[in-house]
Design a protein around this ligand. Structure first.
Ligand code: ATP
Ligand code: MG
Length: 388
């Protein structure tokens, strides 16, 4: 027999005007990860999924934003005998205490919610060894009486929360191989933003493994999105120019200003409204407030820094939760780490940056980069799998 899953929407229920758009986007995102042979029905407060294996389906649904909770439930007709029978069948006999919570959305059902909870509670007491405990029950039996039937369940699995991916516009994530930027990407996806990634690649100073590591991280983010793309920017020439012509202390600051300039142009090209990155206040010299101010001044594009105010440990906890940590800590050099000076400036002066940049023919170099972007949309190649 087919099993039934009931989905409770996340924050989207508060956005009344856009509700249909939210729900339809959520349905699309759900269909993308589930087999074709599921049946999905939806109304303004719930979505119902009939599927072959509810446990397996629930696991996949846990990665989809816009879902508050996932309930494996049982449907019966709106009558007391059937409800009682199903309740006794699904209550875990290894547990001792219970309480009943009824939600009577179908007002044509003659018994009010509280009264019905007591009635079913009494019948369960009579027909089983369970005891009632309204404060700290082992089992909470929930009964939702709706126009289309009664839904009964005892367990509710927490969903990923947030908004369905795609209800906001596109954001361009600066994705490095580190710990922070994949977490920043995850948090941005969670707000319903369709994330595309930009990666600054500096071969031969950075290896193919470093690039594959970024692609592997993108593939993990893709489990929460389904629409991830990685735009690989050939960054070697610009980096070498900076290395040759700018003082050591300002190399990173200027390199990051170049990254922002490129990200801004590329964001315009792909229609991304924001740039996202994994900067965290004070984490390194280029992320002091003075550095952020100086680096940020090259662009008017909004820069979102989802992990700006998190401690490294908090970011690591999130990275572990979303499954990117083990890949992020693989020891491949990133373009930021290969040219690291001994004493990077922590209070960069804008006028000095501009002076040093005059020595670089950067507009031309940036245009050249942008003409040679490699776009990657498929993450199934074996080399990413072999990394771990
Ligand atoms: P992460 O911050 O992701 O752990 P990291 O610590 O190596 O990596 P930082 O030097 O802290 O990176 O850089 C700050 C942010 O700049 C990164 O989070 C990322 O958003 C962006 N960034 C750095 N290097 C690159 C790169 N090669 N390509 C794309 N974005 C990058
Ligand atoms: Mg970092």
């Amino acid at each position: 027999m087919n099993q039934l899953i009931l989905i409770k929407y996340g924050e989207l229920t508060t956005k009344k005007d856009n509700r249909n758009f939210f729900i339809n986007t959520l349905e699309k995102n759900i269909r993308r990860v589930l087999d074709d042979n599921v049946t999905i029905r939806k109304d303004r407060v719930r979505m119902y999924i009939e599927c072959g294996d509810a446990e397996k389906t629930a696991l996949k649904l846990q990665k989809i934003f816009g879902i508050y909770s996932i309930v494996i439930c049982h449907k019966v007709n709106n009558n007391t005998e059937e409800i009682l029978g199903k309740a006794l069948e699904i209550m875990d006999k290894s547990k001792k205490t219970f309480k009943v919570v009824t939600n009577r959305a179908d007002k044509s059902f003659p018994i009010p919610s509280m009264e019905f909870s007591s009635k079913i509670g009494g019948l369960i007491l009579k027909n089983s060894n369970f005891k009632v405990d309204v404060h700290n029950p082992d089992i909470t039996l929930t009964i939702e009486i709706r126009n289309n039937g009664t839904f009964i369940y005892t367990d509710e699995i927490k969903g990923a929360g947030g908004y369905p991916v795609g209800i906001q516009g596109t954001g361009l994530l600066m994705l490095s191989g580190g710990i922070d930027s994949p977490v920043a990407g995850y948090l941005t996806l969670k707000r319903g933003v369709n994330v595309e990634c930009i990666y600054f690649d500096s071969p031969p100073h950075t290896s193919l493994e470093a690039k594959n590591k970024v692609l592997k991280l993108a593939s993990i983010l893709n489990e929460y999105s389904g629409h991830i793309k990685v735009h690989v920017i050939p960054f070697t020439e610009i980096q070498e120019e900076i290395f040759k012509k700018c003082p050591d202390t300002y190399m990173i600051t200027i390199m990051r200003r170049m990254m922002y300039r490129i990200a801004e142009k590329y964001a315009e090209k792909i229609g991304a409204k924001i740039i996202v990155n994994g900067e965290s206040i004070g984490q390194v010299a280029s992320q002091t407030l003075s550095s952020i101010e100086c680096i940020n001044s090259v662009t008017n594009k909004p820069i979102i820094r989802p992990v700006a105010c998190l401690d490294k440990l908090e970011i690591i906890n999130l990275a572990e939760k979303i499954g990117t940590y083990d890949t992020s800590i693989l020891p491949f050099e990133d373009c930021c780490t290969i040219f690291v000076p001994k004493h990077p400036v922590i209070n960069p002066k804008l006028a000095l940056c501009e002076d040093y940049e005059m020595a670089l023919n950067y507009e031309k170099l940036i245009d050249k980069c942008l003409q040679n972007v490699e776009v990657i949309t498929s993450f199934t190649e074996p080399q990413f799998e072999e990394l771990l």
